[in-house]
Design a protein around this ligand. Sequence first.
Ligand SMILES: [Zn+2]
Length: 339
Amino acid sequence: MTEPQSSSHIQIPSRAPSATAADDTVMPFEVAPLDLRGRVVRLGPLIDQILQRHAYPDPVAKLLAEAVVLTVMLGTALKIDGRFILQTQSDGPVRMLVVDFIAPDKVRACARFDKNRVAEAMAAGQADGGALLGKGHLAMTIDQGPDMSRYQGLVALDGGSLEEAAHEYFLRSEQIPTRVRLAVAEEFSAGKGGAKHRWRAGGILLQFLPKSPERARVADLHPGDAPEGTAMHTVKEDEAWVEGRALIETVEDVELVDPALSSERLVYRLFHERGVRVFRASEVSGECSCSRENVETMLKSFSQDDRDHMVEDGRISVTCEFCSANYEFAPHEVGAKAE
Ligand SMILES: [Zn+2]
């Protein structure tokens, strides 16, 4: 890792960074001298449970885990009472990813994909996140209940990664210079009955939030397919942001998923020269919010005809797409006609 080149030392930390790594947590931090704020997400048992339950092909599981990290990173920063939903819809082998964050601390996720196309992509060695998603869009929705207006942010997916989509979103929609790093890994350990594997995931978000908005101007991502001779719009980026972005780009995947490296140590490694302040980490859980009552309410909201058509072998059976829990109803319980 490269050290920041700076002579001005402003030391805020009053204690050594904790060596204890805590899984399934989100830790906010601030580098005040550079006007930077961020969050570190570490997911252990939570992501392992979600992915093991689905048993998707590995590249799909990995992509979904990235989406979960991103959702947790953004969802925990919102002071909302409700849900934050990240959803992709695209033409690649993975048609849809849905990650549902239920404030303040629950997350669940699922993917819809074409088995054959995923297998083909894997065989062709083209199963990275961007290739699996293809073209389409990523939507982020805040849902605070029926009486509140829904907020939806949209960003195009164009064969790039979720990280790139997040950068594009913050640049275009929020005008906040942002860098996101997402990492997913499988951890293998020897155990009874052979090697066991567990999923881990992590990420770091960094945002430049200067008091004067003109400092937040950033250069265009790339010239794109502008015709030759088009003058490039050049903006001199603020030095604080240039420094922060350069530091975040030195973060390696292994540092984001290493169970032995605490979030505090990670941000200290990156920003100790400038002085980094950490805030209390909050916990997240992978518990699904589905319940028999919710499913019953949903079924009762369907039209009579739809309900009648759901009856099979004298029962209505509903499986939660997020956690695979199965709920069975007798037709009369939800006002459907028996066959
Ligand atoms: Zn469920």
